[in-house]
Design a binder for this molecule. Structure first.
Ligand SMILES: Cc1cc2nc3c(=O)[nH]c(=O)nc-3n(C[C@H](O)[C@H](O)[C@H](O)COP(=O)(O)OP(=O)(O)OC[C@H]3O[C@@H](n4cnc5c(N)ncnc54)[C@H](O)[C@@H]3O)c2cc1C
Length: 130
């Protein structure tokens, strides 16, 4: 969310070829893809919260959400970095920090691989990691 919000603020005043970059279709596409990923992740996590409240949440549900949302997060911050051009790799523009944060989140509390294998075991009945 932070990366998206920063991009949105950046794309409005930043001018290239005489217009704000937010005016260009490819830049709008990046913003829309980011917003789609964020909304999908929020919706999935909201559903997990409902399941927890109902007492139906299992480990594999959490693993599915972690594996899915962190892939989307990584893609989202990558697009944010792209939208900022060269400024996307400078810490003072924040997005590089979000990229580094997303790499940490991608691996801790279960890597994407291990969460995927937990879901795979649940849906097939076969454990691929022991
Ligand atoms: C910022 C950060 C904070 C952390 N905080 C904590 C914390 O507070 N408490 C804590 O206990 N730990 C913490 N960790 C550790 C984190 O849980 C581990 O880094 C993570 O579980 C991966 O373990 P590993 O680094 O030993 O990698 P490894 O287990 O060596 O894995 C390396 C790669 O091999 C893959 N892999 C391993 N086994 C299999 C398999 N059977 N099949 C397929 N692929 C496999 C992994 O998915 C990964 O891609 C933190 C890590 C980070 C980056």
């Amino acid at each position: 969310m932070g990366a998206y919000e920063h991009c949105l603020k950046y794309a409005q005043p930043r001018q290239q070829f005489g217009k704000p970059i937010g005016n260009y279709q490819l830049v709008q596409n990046l913003l829309v893809q980011m917003l789609g990923n964020i909304t999908a992740a929020q919706t999935m996590c909201f559903r997990l919260g409902q399941m927890q409240d109902a007492g139906t949440l299992k480990d594999e549900h959490a693993s599915l959400a972690k594996a899915y949302t962190t892939v989307g997060m990584r893609e989202t911050v990558g697009w944010a970095r792209e939208l900022l051009g060269g400024n996307g790799i400078l810490v003072e523009h924040n997005v590089a920090r979000f990229v580094a944060d997303s790499e940490a989140i991608y691996s801790y509390e279960g890597t994407r691989e291990m969460n995927t294998l937990i879901v795979g075991r649940s849906i097939t009945g076969f454990s691929a990691f022991v």
